[in-house]
Design a protein around this ligand. Structure first.
Ligand code: C5P
Length: 219
């Protein structure tokens, strides 16, 4: 039987990639499957929380007890998450948000020029959702972020925890087999705002999720 230690808590989880359109058929994105976020959402729900997922384009459907707001772009995810945040107790941002969006070519499908001149696409910045939630965080709210890194996990975790005003950050290497995108396990370095730091072995994402909520609830 699950403990109901998150009963009465309102939890928001962002998950999946975002998709930034360029023309009628092309977009800029990444291979995030939303698995880590789904594990966070289901774990919180099993523990009695009232869970809302803000999901990018993923092939995941949740139990009807979990609310799912589906979005495509980072701006849409930003709008949904910032709208929900004031009413939440906890949030966990696992989404692999595109940091940039291409300046759209337009509604039509881009046609090749025929000349062998390559293609240059310009990008604009997307808003940082987690940083904004951190800036707007009330005293009683708790905020968790993730960092996917190919190097300097610990330094990056420390920097992002402070920069985004987080209570907890979970950093995973995405250049190691069995950790990161589209696999079912993650190797985590976890750091909280009290300076508590832990290196976890390679664990199933379901187990990682359970431990992360434990850690956040106790911090
Ligand atoms: O700075 P970096 O992108 O590495 O930070 C990762 C964390 O920030 C993740 O928790 C991710 O969900 C969140 N993030 C966000 N909005 C962005 C970029 C990252 O919420 N535009």
């Amino acid at each position: 039987i699950s403990p109901q230690d998150m009963a009465g808590k309102k939890v928001m989880v962002t998950l999946g990639p975002t998709r930034e359109p360029w023309d009628a058929v092309r977009f800029w994105s990444n291979p995030s499957s939303g698995t880590m976020g789904a594990c966070m959402a289901v774990a919180a729900w099993l523990r009695g929380a009232d869970v809302t997922v803000v999901s990018g384009p993923v092939s995941l459907d949740f139990h009807s007890g979990i609310k799912q707001v589906r979005v495509q772009t980072a701006q849409q995810m930003f709008d949904a998450a910032t709208d929900l945040w004031p009413d939440m107790d906890l949030a966990c941002c696992t989404a692999a948000v595109a940091d940039y969006r291409p300046v759209p070519h337009g509604a039509d499908k881009f046609k090749k020029s025929g000349a062998d001149s390559g293609l240059t696409v310009e990008f604009n910045n997307n808003p940082d959702i987690l940083r904004t939630l951190g800036e707007r965080k009330a005293e009683a709210q708790r905020l968790m972020g993730f960092a996917a890194e190919t190097s300097s996990c610990r330094e990056e975790a420390e920097r992002k925890l402070a920069a985004k005003n987080l209570d907890l950050i979970a950093c995973n290497r995405i250049d190691r087999e069995g950790s990161g995108f589209a696999v079912t396990t993650n190797e985590m370095f976890v750091l909280d705002a009290h300076g508590r730091r832990e290196q976890w072995p390679n664990l199933k994402k379901t187990e990682v999720a359970w431990r992360l909520w434990d850690h956040l609830l106790l911090s």
